[in-house]
Design a protein around this ligand. Structure first.
Ligand code: G16
Length: 539
């Protein structure tokens, strides 16, 4: 039976860079989740004939959220849901199922790299028929609808059993439970040369993959251990848990401590990698060696023609504005189309759909290609393994070779967390106002060449987006300032620093960026305005 529930709106259901992301307890407030889902359904309109993909990264509240979603979809007239078994689907796997079945959209319940559990975060990622997350024009409409919602519809029924693969019905709605891993594996086999990767492991190649007790464990076990023959135990923290076993599933130098300890030991394996909670981010490590995500994008692009799926040519490449300029030099060398977009994977989607780009990536540990419309952690790992298999070089050799060829962009991101929103907003507004006056000024010995907001005019839909403030220095160094769009409370100021060098290739990144950091602190008056003398997190 369909029930109509009266509700009152919440005022804070505005999506950020990666969907709606909130503290789990906020999401668990009465009708909070339901209001938001109904607001999406109301924005879409007529749901007759519509098919959606549903899954999540297994974090706390996923089970309850999925059941509510299924019942609401049935009550709102959705024709069919394709659901990952036990409610699991990584974000890239969801995008694949969505595109493969030509569905109308997909929902992934995940707060991505944010911690899980009742005291952690919960999130909703909503993709439309493109396979990528919706553009701002649609999320703005959903937000408007959420502010005026008065009721939602839900089907009254016992919970649906998600443990068995197969088809069933709830009211008139069809439910198909699918293996979350098999389609994804098939897609990876079509992109990469699995035989050469098997040979690599046969020769004794050793890797460690940290799945942070989140969604990628089953994917990684199937691909790396069962199919490619990596030794048992190559995948660590492989069992998805509601609180990720207390781990913060953010693959970076701050949170991947267990993997870093393994890779920094004298008996380290040849290769290390980690993915985030929902499997779209990746970190790449060699023995005692870290590859910055910006360099990783540049290196993958440089080697595109060794991968079967790309060997006949690629359209072009794109990066987000704060990502280092490393990939721009590779694009130039290979004569590829090159684009810079605002932070947020959704901005790559139009470029992929219009065949302007094939590869893209971001400093925030995301890399991917047009095989789907989300970034893809395991894809990036398979790409790196393919380069190693083809060249016979180590991760470190591949990266150093790249620097020799193209120069090195020393790059780090400094995050100032837990700021009051009003303080952070004012800092950015005041900084933007003074940008025009900075040209010619010197800070910590660096002379400003130009300073301006980053404005992106989408070549496909004509929309214009302003995100981030750029200060360029003479000699090729730069600062980008931006506020995070993925936090669940307060504000985080991100300061991205880059120092490009063609001769000095073996220096310490922190030292190479020290003066620019001083300049960045001074220009934005960070200490005076926030009270912080240094960043909370450096990645
Ligand atoms: C999301 C987007 C990414 C983006 C990131 C930025 O990542 O999908 O494209 O780079 O947010 O985060 P912030 O705004 O905090 O800098 P994810 O992995 O959280 O979905």
């Amino acid at each position: 039976m369909i029930k109509t529930v009266q509700t009152t709106p919440y005022s804070d259901q505005k999506m950020g860079t990666g969907g709606l992301r909130k503290k789990t307890k906020v999401m668990m407030q009465p009708n909070y989740f339901e209001n938001f889902i109904q607001s999406i359904f109301n924005t879409i309109g007529n749901l007759q004939g519509k098919v959606f993909v549903v899954g999540g990264d297994g974090r706390y509240y996923n089970d309850k959220a999925i059941q509510q979603f299924i019942k609401m979809a049935a009550a709102n007239g959705v024709s069919k849901l394709i659901i990952g078994q036990n409610g699991f689907l990584s974000t890239p796997a969801s995008s694949n199922v969505l595109l493969k079945n030509k569905t109308d959209g997909g929902f992934v319940f995940s707060a991505s790299h944010n911690p899980g559990g009742i005291n952690g975060d919960f999130g909703i990622k909503y993709a439309n028929e493109t396979g990528g997350q919706i553009p701002t024009s649609i999320s703005d409409k959903i937000y408007e609808n959420s502010k005026h919602i008065t009721e939602y519809k839900i089907f009254e029924s016992p919970d649906i059993d998600l443990s068995k693969i197969g088809s069933s019905k709830l009211g008139d709605m069809q439910i198909e439970i699918v293996d979350p891993v098999s389609d994804y594996v098939e897609m990876m086999q079509q992109i990469f040369d699995f035989e050469s990767l098997k040979q690599l492991f046969k020769k004794g190649f050793k890797m460690k993959f940290d799945a942070f007790n989140a969604v990628t464990g089953p994917y990684a076990i199937r691909i790396f251990e069962e199919i490619l023959g990596a030794e048992k135990g190559s995948v660590i923290n492989s069992n998805p848990l509601p609180d990720f076993g207390g781990k913060h599933p953010d693959p970076n130098m701050t949170y991947a401590t267990e993997l870093l300890a393994i890779m920094n030991a004298d008996d380290a394996p040849d290769f290390g990698a980690a993915n985030d909670g929902d499997g779209d981010r990746n970190m790449i490590l060699g023995k005692k060696f870290f590859v910055s995500p910006s360099d990783s994008l540049a290196i993958l692009t440089d080697y595109y023609n060794i991968i079967p799926a790309y060997k006949n040519g690629i359209y072009g490449v794109a990066k987000s504005c704060p990502t280092s300029t490393a990939v721009s030099r590779v694009a130039k060398a290979h004569n590829l189309g090159y684009y810079e977009v605002p932070t947020g994977w959704k901005y790559f989607v139009n470029l992929m759909d219009s065949k302007r780009i094939t590869l893209c990536g971001e400093e925030s540990f995301g890399t991917g290609s047009s095989h789907i419309r989300e970034k893809d952690g395991i894809w990036a790992v398979l790409f790196w393994l393919s380069i190693i298999a083809k060249t016979g070089m180590s991760v470190e050799q591949i990266t150093r070779d790249h620097w020799k060829k193209y120069g090195r962009s020393y790059y780090l991101r400094f995050d100032f967390e837990g700021l009051e929103t009003t303080v952070a907003d004012k800092l950015m507004a005041d900084l933007e106002a003074k940008l025009p006056s900075l040209a010619g000024e010197k800070f910590a010995g660096y002379e400003v060449e130009s300073a301006h907001p980053f404005i992106y005019n989408d070549p496909v839909d004509g929309s214009s987006t302003k995100n981030g403030l750029i200060v360029n220095f003479k000699g090729g160094s730069r600062i980008v300032y931006r506020l995070s769009g993925t936090g669940s409370s307060g504000a985080t100021l991100r300061v991205y620093l880059e120092n490009y060098q063609t001769q000095k290739l073996d220096e310490n990144p922190r030292q190479m960026l020290d003066e620019i950091l001083q300049a960045a602190m001074e220009i934005a008056e960070i200490t005076k305005r926030t009270g912080k003398k240094e960043a909370d997190i450096v990645t």
